[in-house]
Write a protein that binds this ligand. Sequence first.
Ligand SMILES: Nc1nc2c(ncn2[C@@H]2O[C@H](COP(=O)(O)OP(=O)(O)OP(=O)(O)O)[C@@H](O)[C@H]2O)c(=O)[nH]1
Ligand SMILES: [Mg+2]
Length: 379
Amino acid sequence: MARKPYYDTDEHQKTLILGIQAPYHRTKDIESYFAEFRSLVKTNRNEYDAELYIKLRAVDTGFFITRGKIEEIKKLVDELGIKDIIVSESLTAQQERNLSEVLDCNIYDRTHLILEIFEKAAHSAEGKKQVAIAQLQYKKPRIAGQGIMMSQQSGVMGSRGPGETAKERELRHINQQIHKLKEELKELQKTRATQRKKRLEIGEPQVALIGYTNAGKSTILNALTKSNVLAEDKLFATLDTTTRELWIGPKKIGLVSDTVGFIQLLPHQLIDAFKSTLAELSYADLLLHVVDASDNSWPLHVKVVHEILDELKINKPMLYVFNKSDRVENMFALQTEIAAYRPHVVVSSLQKSSLQPLLDYLLSWHATIAKESHTADNE
Ligand SMILES: Nc1nc2c(ncn2[C@@H]2O[C@H](COP(=O)(O)OP(=O)(O)OP(=O)(O)O)[C@@H](O)[C@H]2O)c(=O)[nH]1
Ligand SMILES: [Mg+2]
């Protein structure tokens, strides 16, 4: 029977969240990774009845989880009557199917979880189409591997030739949908490119807020521009880019954009969606890289952001904005650790007065580029 995504059903099935420390995770960051996993689950409004955290020495190709650990999980599942398991890692379609069979549960992996969050958070036509493409791509190998039921020959009208199975027909339909969505996206992107061109012709400096999800980018945008972009204790509260005028006192600095947050182990289906949403960054003159300094794994988060920027081939002047200083317990230790990240400022965007170092930086940056363009004009 086809599985229903949890948001399609009102009934709550007994759910286990399963955090896995795989060999590719660093022990040092694992608590923060598990906290992030629980935030993803919470953001997706999944209720759960039990949690289990396990450490794997190796990844099993067929099941992801090794035999001994599966037995441990099976025992708990039987004891508590668990029907749904949400797993902290991304699984292949085959691994998901195998685990579902041996544990006799619905298995939802990390990619599934993130895709559902993205689906709820996408508001613009462009965002919605990008998420729909990612979801279809996720679905493809899951259908391709489905068993007997789907592969029986169909005698349904409209199928392509007598040999086409229900499964093949569904896959063909998915490919057509992906193709159609991609064409529609191209049109939307053309419109965006025209708007961008107009903006660039005016020649105003462009500043972009980037960083790990939940770092405080939208909160900073709101504080800098008196806007009201949704800022929440949720992962991926922002998916669509928002651009506002940036004024400091009577001085117009330029335009500032808020962007989608980054996350470690980003599902590969979403990379294209990120690429086009973040295409705006290629036109930025300055990146404000917002970091949640109160999360002990911030150095890893900074690394993840740099890796994604590298993949997007974006290399721009950057200011590190270490945020949430109000929640930092050992400020002295932080000051030492951030010394290598230059230039930087430390702020707490909930307290307006503490944003002053950021405002000062933006003013002096603006003065420098104004001088540069003046010199260039006179050459
Ligand atoms: N204590 C504290 N909380 C903050 C600070 N800045 C932001 N927050 C909180 O952190 C949470 C996330 O803030 P957002 O501004 O939504 O973060 P974001 O980077 O835009 O997140 P995404 O859009 O999900 O990527 C919210 O609950 C904010 O109120 C800060 O300086 N101190
Ligand atoms: Mg945001």
